[in-house]
Design a protein around this ligand. Sequence first.
Ligand code: FAD
Length: 306
Amino acid sequence: MISLDDIKRVFRGHIALNEPLAKYTSMRVGGPADYYLEPADKEDVIAIVKYFRSSGFPFLMLGRGSNLLISDEGFRGAVINLEEGLANVSLNGDLVIAEAGAKMTKFVDFCVQHEFAGVEMLAGIPGTMGGAVVMNAGAHGGEVSNYLVDVEVLRGSELQRVSKEHAGFSYRRSKFEGDVVLSASFKLPKGDKNELMKKRSEYLHQRNMAQPTNMPNSGSMFKNPQGNYAAKLIEQAGLKGKRVGDAQISEKHANFIINHGNAKASDVMTLIDLAQRTVYQNTGLQLELEVKLVGFQEEMNEKHNG
Ligand SMILES: Cc1cc2nc3c(=O)[nH]c(=O)nc-3n(C[C@H](O)[C@H](O)[C@H](O)COP(=O)(O)OP(=O)(O)OC[C@H]3O[C@@H](n4cnc5c(N)ncnc54)[C@H](O)[C@@H]3O)c2cc1C
């Protein structure tokens, strides 16, 4: 185990010990991390990640926790969040550069204000640029990878610039899992600001109508199987509204699980199990988790992630 003094020798940012992670996830569930770190800047991220890697100390990159289910036992190791130290969005010539801790809403707003089109449909995705790149987040037919040029990552202990062609983007996947994403650059077509603002509002409105936005949740729990919809399959299985403890399959959108206040990760996991089992029995289709599991036993990850 690495001590606080060890960390302080290489790290300048904010450190919290035994920090409950529920408050950093959109589902509002999850036990504590041994260390919770907010690096001061890019050099700080690089220094601490290199140190952890060379010591074999486990760490987890956490964005806004909007695509994670963290176990009630939490995470043994360090959680690193870039929202304080790496949250800038800027212009470099005709490229938009977004640091990994920048919120998607900030990135989209920057693009709209600078009259860049092609990302306005991503406005309601409640994550950071780092999480969006790793997940290849998308909505309304657009994906974060569409106008992406390259991504700056720490791969192992080496700083690399990975071009889009080598990023392995597909539906909610990339080859950046296991890397530390530092920033991404985009080359976007020009658009009309008023038109872009109007489109963004329409997309946000559609989202608010379709999703249970008033309750903590992790967005879509499952990926849509090819040619089908996870929500439809769960609804047809008769599971809409099914509740375990304070966790419930949303009445509004069956691919969402909502937290009524005191849900445990284990309650959410019981609903995940139930949905996967029932849909499989009914249709032979295996629902694959879109949400990532953290702090669960390895066999759980394999079982649920397919
Ligand atoms: C209400 C709601 C609506 C949603 N709608 C959509 C939608 O329309 N489309 C969609 O695609 N998703 C959607 N999501 C899911 C989620 O917002 C996206 O997957 C988002 O991109 C996750 O970003 P995050 O910063 O929260 O990442 P997290 O959930 O914190 O992390 C996700 C993964 O990325 C990794 N990660 C995060 N930052 C870094 C980094 N800097 N370097 C390396 N790895 C990193 C994490 O370790 C984890 O594996 C929704 C979620 C909610 C709650």
